[in-house]
Design a protein around this ligand. Structure first.
Ligand SMILES: C[S@@+](CC[C@H](N)C(=O)[O-])C[C@H]1O[C@@H](n2cnc3c(N)ncnc32)[C@H](O)[C@@H]1O
Length: 295
């Protein structure tokens, strides 16, 4: 799951976590030069969890193995890499508008794959709102990337294009975040120690939120392994959509059915990491959920 926003938190769990996360970076070893994608992948992404989630949802909703994935807003396309590794018949197409993360992906994650895996990944520097010729079992968008679409009409264009690009029994999976803890102003930080990189600190900065239009500004900063602070390395100007808005719009765009996958809770009141099909959720302080459109 996204490490960017922590798993579901009650307000009590959120407070405890805040107290525990006040660590500072200590320079210990010679680190490689700062690279924002390396730090982002290490701090934010858990591609194997996304693959497990897509895999399990398709099994549950369609009763068979999903083979083709379109990874929307793919960035350095880590999920595509994990997807083709997970089964010899699996293929993936990654879409992203920005050539820079695509190039980082090609020279890093992609290089670590076996030739037989590399052959099953295609990357297109393309807008996700344009339908693809190829059709897919799963179209997935991770880390709330579609929040970049602020207007309903643009989101509608995206949903219609995704529906057109799905196989007849395909599913469209959108990862969302929300709750009071996602719109409150404030910073969270976490220190990571990574082999070959050293110890660094990641900051998630919730800068502003407007309750009238639901626009929110967010940023990621890093204090690198040499102790240098890099501010606003990634910035996000989003609209924080709600689950019912998405479900209603999917139906309006022609999806037959929609389902929400909501995270279970452990005894400490924190997210269990397991997402279950739910009709009703609990009023978590901050949450991550998946909305699925079924063709
Ligand atoms: C937050 S990053 C997501 C990276 C990664 N997939 C993840 O889950 O962490 C969002 C990406 O969306 C891309 N993007 C923004 N608008 C897009 C569009 N209309 N079509 C395709 N990609 C887009 C950006 O270039 C950026 O790489």
């Amino acid at each position: 799951m996204s490490k960017q926003i922590k798993k579901k938190q009650t307000s009590k769990a959120a407070k405890k976590k805040k107290q525990a996360s006040k660590k500072t970076t200590v320079k210990k070893e010679k680190a490689p030069p700062f690279n924002k994608y390396l730090y982002y992948e290490n701090s934010v992404q858990t591609p194997e969890e996304h693959v497990n989630i897509f895999d399990r949802m398709f099994q549950e909703l369609r009763g068979k193995l999903a083979l083709s994935l379109r990874e929307d807003f793919c960035g350095t396309y880590l999920i595509s890499g994990e997807w083709v590794k997970s089964h010899p018949k699996r293929t993936s197409l990654g879409l992203d508008l920005d050539p820079e993360p695509l190039e980082y992906g090609r020279t890093h994650g992609f290089k670590k794959l076996a030739p037989s895996e590399q052959k099953r990944i295609t990357i297109l520097p393309q807008d996700v709102t344009i339908p693809t010729k190829r059709k897919f079992d799963v179209i997935g968008a991770g880390n709330f990337s579609f929040y970049i679409f602020k207007e309903r009409e643009i989101l509608k264009k995206y949903f219609k294009s995704a529906l057109q690009s799905l196989n007849s029994d395909g599913i469209f999976v959108l990862e969302m975040a929300g709750g009071p803890g996602f719109i409150a102003s404030g910073k969270e930080q976490k220190t990571y120690t990574v082999k070959g990189l050293g110890r660094y600190t990641y900051f998630w900065d919730q800068k502003s939120f407007d309750p009238i239009n639901h626009h929110g500004n967010y940023a990621i900063h890093f204090r690198d392994a040499d102790g240098v602070l890099h501010k606003n390395v990634f910035t996000y100007d989003w609209r924080v959509w709600s689950i019912p808005e998405l479900k209603e719009l999917m139906l309006e765009c022609g999806f037959k059915k929609t389902v929400a996958y909501w995270e279970g809770t452990n005894r400490q009141g924190e997210g269990s990491g397991e997402y279950l099909r739910m009709e009703e959720g609990d009023n978590a302080f901050s949450w991550i959920a998946f909305v699925v459109g079924i063709k």
